[in-house]
Design a protein around this ligand. Structure first.
Ligand SMILES: Cc1ncc(COP(=O)(O)O)c(C=O)c1O
Length: 313
């Protein structure tokens, strides 16, 4: 097989039915994924050679596919094998693994009919990088509540993963201009939603609360809610106002691409002693310790990329 000769060490991709090094994975300019942001995706992480909550990510990806009426013609089982194979080919023990479906290039040039497109399935594995740098995580991230409101969930369902990041990107530029690490957005009614690629939690007393609106149902968010009872905390999904955010004891963010990331400031408000709060730190420590213990992990069989989930002999 051609893939055996390729160098996948910087990442491996599956595109157009082929396995290629990540640098060779290219989408045509006519693909509606590019021209109309008509695409959905999901990202799962691999740590110490195992996928975290792979079935939850596949469930969410399938909900997104249905929500966007995308059908790449690849079964769930085939997707799972492809995801395992890109990881096994890359040899990466710590990685981000993306699954993507674009509307595709219309068969009739210039057509505006989505039924004229063959939907694609793309997957790739690339080396892990911390989206919030480890030194920033250690001091606690500084978040800005950006001026731009989160796009209405009546226009864009935030529970279906998408690349329509214009509001987030505007917020991130505003945050950078004002000396913050990143941005979080309120909706038009003033309720907290989420940030550029992460969910937000506030801690108040024993309660650990994440917004019920305008936000992705993050898999890391789910993991935190699952952990709360064993830590003696009450996890809640509820409306969070700006005032409640400012009045919280602690704030932290969650994402696949970084885990549980404590914050120490929002706008001019400094939480605790300007360092990650004790409950955020405890949740973060527990989240990573449970990874090491194999919690929701699916090990990859690196020895045989064609059977990436066969138990190692
Ligand atoms: C907009 C948005 N919110 C939240 C998240 C966090 O979700 P998860 O924990 O599943 O990575 C992401 C992840 O990329 C995201 O893009």
């Amino acid at each position: 097989m051609t893939e055996a000769k390729s160098d996948f060490s910087k990442g491996a991709a599956y595109i157009n039915g082929q396995y290629v090094p990540i640098s060779e994975a290219k989408v045509p300019v006519g693909d509606w994924g590019f021209t109309h942001s008509d695409v959905t995706y999901d990202v799962v992480h691999v740590t110490d050679g195992g996928f975290f909550r792979l079935e939850d990510h596949l469930d969410r990806f399938h909900r997104s596919l249905e929500g966007y009426r995308l059908d790449p013609g690849v079964s769930r089982g085939e997707m799972r094998t492809i995801l395992g194979k890109v990881v096994a080919l890359s040899g990466l023990k710590d990685a981000f693994v993306a699954m993507i479906s674009t509307r595709g290039v219309p068969r009739v040039y210039g057509s505006r009919d989505p039924d004229d497109c063959d939907n694609t399935f793309i997957a790739y594995a690339v080396p892990w990088v911390d989206v919030i740098k480890p030194d920033v995580q250690a001091r606690g991230a500084h978040l800005l509540v950006a001026q731009v409101p989160r796009i209405s969930q009546d226009s864009l369902d935030p529970t279906l993963k998408n690349y329509m990041w214009r509001d987030f990107t505007r917020g991130m530029f505003e945050a950078k201009d004002k000396g913050f690490d990143t941005a979080i957005l309120l909706d038009a009614e003033g309720y907290l939603t989420e940030g550029a690629g992460f969910n937000v939690f506030i801690v108040k007393g024993n309660e650990v609360i994440t917004p019920d609106r305008g936000a992705l149902r993050g898999i890391t968010r789910l993991a935190v809610l699952d952990l709360c009872p064993e830590l003696g905390l009450e996890g809640k999904v509820a409306p969070v106002t700006f005032e409640e955010l400012m009045d919280a004891d602690e704030v932290f963010t969650t994402t696949t691409a970084g885990g549980v990331m404590p914050c120490s400031r929002v706008n001019e408000r400094i939480y605790g002693n300007d360092r990650p709060g004790p409950i955020s730190a405890k949740i973060k420590e527990t989240y990573w310790r449970k990874h090491k213990e194999g919690w929701h992990m699916t090990p990859v069989n690196y020895a045989d990329a064609d059977n990436p989930f066969a138990a190692a002999a």
